[in-house]
Design a protein around this ligand. Structure first.
Ligand code: ADP
Length: 632
């Protein structure tokens, strides 16, 4: 048989280098990764056989075997599962498809020092390659169930690997690690020691639902020993709570999530009665890199009566809880259930409702009892959760109750709406907010001036989804959610006392200028009026109460929808010298060429002040330069 040599893909090579020079201090986890792969392979074979009985594969004794050879210094992890074809070995083992891993490598490159690198590498499951932490050469022999010929893959973890077809490979996969020389200083990590291997399996892989077997060393004078099963195989979700330690839950979490960090919370749920199921859900402690990408794999694992049915079962949780990981085991579903059927199944919908409420009530408990945990949760997943305010009207109140927002109130962090309402001033009827791209730009926006002046708290909303949910929600406990950049604002009833009468008089006085300016700016502006929200800036642009904001307009366009351009309203600050000056110039002269330019400049300044772009930057620069020149 011919042996072909191939090069690893670049990312794969980088990852291997990391494993070989093992920046990760806990090398033991390589065994967990290999056992985890073997367990997945057994799951897959059982399913495939279930779907296609004619598949030529033996499923009578599916198991994992560990084999130590002290003399040769090898450790072999063997399974009789699905196996891989020749092409699959090249694809799956020679390249890194997982986008999370690519992002991880990117971060790792940016991490300057070894400590930073170790912190990072501890966060990611790197699967098969972790074998190179313990071995200087790895051999994998595999035969895809149903196929006649097998494949041998070998590598020393450097730039290349070899592939070779073999005739006598058993069904499934065996991975043989040629262990690095023993470290006399560190007996604990001697992977040729039966005791060490037992300990590692107990610690990391006890819950694996397939038997993990090992033949113990023969004792003098006794016959060949029988294989022993090292793990208890008990599904954690089927055991009572006091039988399972947090560590065991965490190991299951790592197995299903490929996240090496501890989860933030473990949630158990048992439903009895006509439709019985158990669920074990995990809220991770960190949002994955790709949470907001289109191809993010969401969903929990679905089991039916302890039999693994599918990964990423989307039907069990709504999209805004896509960060939740876990296992749901249902008693009364068919083993042949498909994704399409699940989407329509009434029981599944009931499960989804129940699981959703359970997750939300867990977050509510964080908020009530453990502020640190709540803050972590909200920092990592708040943006995703807020999508539910738009899409899940049934749980809207529950989501709103656990949502928190940055605010102008000077205290130690985000505020809930309940806290905001408690702090509202006498006579304040509305909950005020401002949306925009960054906290800095909106906090300093001219729209905020009067609010700052009067000490009225404003929520600072900077996520794209904020533009949408505020409209969908509308009000909280009878208090309208109002944007500081929309509609006319009358703060007099809310802590100020500027006389309405005086304002009317001023409006009459300015009527000529305002009307004339509106005509000048007709392309962009539908009204020019005097402002009650400005104290420092000369002007600002605002939207009508029911108009789309510019950000929303852009969002719809980005999604490919056609939206008409909404004209906005220009507000002038009659207390500002610039506005007073314009007013005088308007009254004094017949030639208004210069004045028209000033109106245009004032409008562009207002657009800039809220973080917008001038319509014609070159013209704007020319006009300003011209004015500056005249001041010299
Ligand atoms: P991950 O398990 O995170 O996908 P790995 O590098 O551990 O990454 O494995 C890559 C792929 O190789 C797996 O997704 C699986 O398809 C295949 N694979 C690994 N080990 C086995 C095995 N023992 N049997 C069958 N396929 C395997």
């Amino acid at each position: 048989m011919t042996t072909e040599t191939f090069e690893f893909q670049v990312e794969a090579r980088q990852l291997l280098q990391l494993m070989i020079h093992s920046v990760y201090s806990n090398k033991d986890v390589f065994l967990r990764e290999l056992v985890s792969n073997a367990s997945d392979a057994l799951d897959k074979l059982r399913l495939e056989k279930l779907r296609d009985d004619s598949l030529d594969a033996d499923v009578s004794d599916l198991h994992i075997e560990l084999d130590i050879d002290k003399e040769a210094r090898t450790l072999t992890v063997r399974d009789n599962g699905i196996g891989m074809s020749y092409d699959e070995v090249g694809q799956l083992i020679g390249t890194i498809a997982n986008s999370g891993t690519a992002a991880f490598l990117e971060e790792l490159r940016e991490a300057k020092d070894a400590a930073g690198a170790e912190g990072l590498i501890g966060q990611f499951g790197v699967g098969f390659y972790s074998g190179f932490m313990a071995a200087d050469e790895v051999t994998l022999v595999t035969r895809r169930a149903g196929e006649g010929q097998g494949t041998r893959w070998t590598s020393r973890g450097e730039a290349t690997y070899t592939l070779e077809r073999v005739d006598d490979a058993p069904q499934g996969t065996s991975v043989t690690l040629h262990l690095k020389p023993a470290d006399p200083e560190n007996q604990l990590h001697d992977y040729t020691s039966e005791w060490t291997i037992r300990e590692i399996v107990k610690r990391y892989s006890d819950f694996i639902t397939w038997p993990i077997r090992m033949v113990p060393e023969a004792k003098d004078g006794e016959g060949a020993p029988e294989p022993e099963t090292l793990n208890s195989m008990k599904a954690l979700w089927a055991r009572s709570r006091d039988e399972v330690s947090d560590d065991e839950y965490h190991e299951l979490y790592k197995h299903i999530s490929h996240d090496w960090r501890e989860p933030l919370e473990t949630i158990r749920l048992q439903a009895e009665g006509t439709f019985e199921y158990q669920a074990l859900l995990f809220i991770p402690s960190h949002a994955p890199h790709d949470l907001f990408t289109r191809d993010f794999k969401r969903g929990v694992q679905l089991y039916v009566k302890r039999v693994f049915i599918m990964d990423d079962c989307e039907a069990l949780l709504p999209p805004y809880l896509r960060f939740v990981k876990g296992v749901v085991d249902a008693q009364d579903l068919s083993l042949n259930v498909s994704r399409e059927i699940l989407q329509q199944d009434r029981h599944i919908r009931m499960m989804q409702r129940r699981l959703t409420k359970k997750v939300l009530s867990t977050v509510k408990e964080f908020l009530a009892k453990d502020m640190d945990r709540y803050r972590t949760f909200w920092r990592e997943f708040g943006t995703a959760l807020k999508e539910g305010l738009v899409t899940d009207s049934e749980n809207r109140d529950a989501i709103l109750a656990v949502s928190s927002f940055a605010t102008t109130h000077s205290d130690d962090g985000p505020t809930t709406l309940a806290q905001y309402v408690e702090r509202m001033k006498d006579g304040q009827d509305d909950i005020w907010y401002i949306t925009g791209e960054s906290r800095q730009s909106i906090e300093n926006s001219p729209h905020m001036e009067a609010f700052r002046d009067k000490g009225i708290e404003v929520l600072l909303l900077t996520d794209a989804v904020d533009e949408v949910w505020v409209d969908a929600v509308g009000a909280y406990e009878g208090k309208t959610l109002r944007s500081v950049t929309k509609g006319e604002i009358d703060l007099d009833g809310e802590g100020g006392e500027k006389a309405g009468e005086e304002r009317e008089k001023q409006a009459e006085e300015y009527a000529g200028l305002l009307g004339w300016m509106r005509e000048q700016l007709d392309e962009d502006i539908k009204e020019v009026r005097l402002s009650t929200r400005l104290t420092v800036s000369p002007a600002c642009v605002v939207s009508d109460a029911h108009d789309l904001t510019p950000a929303l307009e852009n969002m719809y366009r980005a999604m490919g929808q056609e939206v008409p351009r909404t004209k906005r309203i220009l507000e002038l600050n009659p207390g500002h010298p610039l506005v007073k000056g314009l007013h005088e110039a308007y009254g004094a002269s017949e030639d208004r060429t210069e004045l028209a330019e000033s109106a245009e400049l004032l409008h562009t300044l207002a657009v800039l002040a809220e973080g917008g772009q001038p319509k014609d930057p070159a013209r704007f620069v020319r006009l300003v330069a011209d004015r500056l020149e005249r001041t010299l």
